[in-house]
Design a binder for this molecule. Structure first.
Ligand code: GLN
Length: 186
């Protein structure tokens, strides 16, 4: 099993470390030719979604990634990655737009933007959740399953082959969300 990590900007190294812990092979995607290599799943890291959207277009990654996701490639978006997958973005523009969710950017305000909590994740149990200028999911539309909520806000969801979390599991020791993602690979 090989996992590709979008590495244009943001917290991509931490996802690699998680996969190392789990003994999973991985490589970074920086340019169009990287998409020609074989991979079974894709991680879109946290960072700045506006910058990633722009760089994905400039580097010619956009269409191929959309096609692959639509064809069933398992994809996991954390934080900015969640925003990239959302069909609609409040306070920003949609990017890949493959997932039937409405994301609200910088949803917790400047002061509350970064916080740590522990909360239930469906099918896993209570896990650590680190939020950094995080979005939340305002609406999880048809075909989606809500996996976690914090203070009444949706912070994790799945739609078939697409998984998103508003928090950063790669910044904690707990590997369970990555394991959950790997279980989505057929
Ligand atoms: N606020 C960032 C954005 O809108 C997301 C923050 C993050 O990924 N930690 O893209």
């Amino acid at each position: 099993m090989v996992v590709a990590i979008l590495a244009l900007q943001g917290a991509f190294l931490e996802h690699g470390k998680m996969l190392d812990k789990l003994g999973v092979e991985h490589f970074e995607i920086r340019q169009a030719k990287d998409l020609k290599k074989h991979f079974d799943a894709l991680i879109l890291p946290g960072g700045e979604s506006t910058v990633m959207r722009k760089l994905m277009k400039e580097c010619g990654l956009y269409e191929t990634i959309v096609e692959k996701i639509k064809a069933g490639l398992p994809v996991y978006g954390t934080c900015a990655g969640l925003i990239l997958l959302a069909k609609e973005v409040e306070g920003g523009e949609p990017a890949l737009g493959t997932m039937n969710i409405v994301a609200k950017r910088n949803a917790y305000g400047r002061q509350l933007g970064s916080f740590y909590t522990e909360s239930e994740f469906k099918g896993i149990g209570k896990i650590p959740m680190t939020f950094i200028r995080a979005p939340y999911i305002e609406t999880a539309g048809e075909g989606t399953e809500v996996l976690a909520e914090v203070d009444g806000k949706i912070v994790a969801a799945r739609q078939g082959n697409q998984l998103v979390t508003a928090f950063h599991p790669e910044l904690n020791e707990d590997t369970s969300v990555h394991e959950y993602f790997l279980s989505m690979i057929a």
